[in-house]
Design a protein around this ligand. Structure first.
Ligand code: PSU
Ligand code: MN
Length: 304
């Protein structure tokens, strides 16, 4: 038996067959500082509700996999120190030992699929880190997209990563990468990159139909929807490039490795931009929540 706990709102949505959008918790515990992390988590949940779906923020608390968090649990998680960062490799061990942990994109996809939820909104996915040819640091998020049937809405991958290598690996793994409403891939803090998107779709219905077809054909895995950041929230890449370079140099000098890399870089970029990177991050997550709610509305209802 898997210890699963649905929030009252998610349980009601499942019973009624109304749309649900999964949300991750690592962005709360390891991606943003307190209190902006919990404020953002609440805004994202509200945005999903305002667009006709029920938010299901996912986390492991004392060994139980929560699909949807009540507000006090969200607040506790946002304030907690030393919460584990869980991916495919460690989520089961954490649950078996009664531990508490936040779910990354990979672990959130696993949990969403267990709960029958087909759509998930986040900010950015993990990917191939710069220098991966030496470190072999490639996020488990990419493999998860190849095997778990959940459509993930993100703003692309952050420029802290090696973007061309990240998209090469996704192609190798057979993951559909869809730019929403434009020909070029977005690049997280900017609306466009210099990379053409493998696929372009202009409606939530088209994205939902593609996932349904994929699953019907027996093709495993999900889809990555790359939704460009709103115009007024962009940060020019020329402005961020030296900041990212500095954060990467500091990570290297301090010997930061493995799962500590992404949280370290996000925190350094937040401080080096005096919080501006966070404002952009919040705007794009909200934008992704809106699109995810629209896609969830077009998906077949959850069957329990
Ligand atoms: N990218 C972001 N913000 C984040 C993350 C990635 O822009 O908070 C988090 C997500 O939870 C993602 C994880 O799944 O970092 C990837 O970590 P790693 O690179 O260690 O796989
Ligand atoms: Mn990694």
């Amino acid at each position: 038996m898997i210890p699963l706990q649905f929030s009252s709102a998610v349980a009601a949505a499942r019973a009624d067959g109304t749309p649900v959008v999964a949300l991750e918790s690592t962005i709360i515990t390891h991606g943003m500082p307190y209190p902006q992390n919990v404020e953002t988590a609440r805004l994202v949940e509200a945005e999903v509700r305002a667009h006709g779906a029920t938010p299901a923020t996912i986390a492991v608390i004392a060994g139980t996999l929560h699909i949807g968090l009540e507000d006090t649990a969200l607040e506790d998680l946002a304030q907690a120190k030393d919460v584990a960062k869980l991916s495919r490799a460690d989520i089961a061990a954490c649950m078996a030992s009664g531990g508490t942990g936040a779910t990354t994109v990979a672990a959130t996809m696993i949990a969403a699929h267990l709960a029958g939820i087909a759509v998930f909104a986040t900010g950015g996915i993990g990917g191939v880190h710069r220098g991966a040819e030496l470190s072999f640091d490639i996020s488990a998020d990419l493999q998860e997209l190849a095997q778990t049937p959940v459509t993930v809405v993100a703003a692309g991958a952050k420029a802290i990563l090696d973007l061309p290598k990240t998209f090469e690996v996704l192609e190798t793994l057979g993951v559909p990468v869809i730019a929403y409403g434009q020909d070029m891939l977005p690049a997280f803090w900017s609306q466009t990159s210099d990379m053409p998107a493998p696929l372009r779709m202009d409606s939530a219905a088209a994205i939902a139909r593609a996932q349904v077809m994929r699953t019907a054909m027996g093709l495993s895995g999900g889809q990555l929807v790359c939704n460009p950041i709103p115009t007024d929230a962009q940060i020019p890449s020329a402005e961020l490039a030296p900041i990212i370079a500095q954060a990467l140099a500091e990570a290297e000098a301090q010997g930061i490795s493995a799962k500590a890399v992404t949280p370290f870089l996000l925190d350094r970029i937040f401080h080096l931009t005096e919080g501006r990177s966070l404002q952009s991050n919040i705007a794009l997550v909200l934008n992704n929540a809106r699109l995810a709610a629209a896609i969830a509305t077009e998906m077949p209802p959850i069957t329990t």
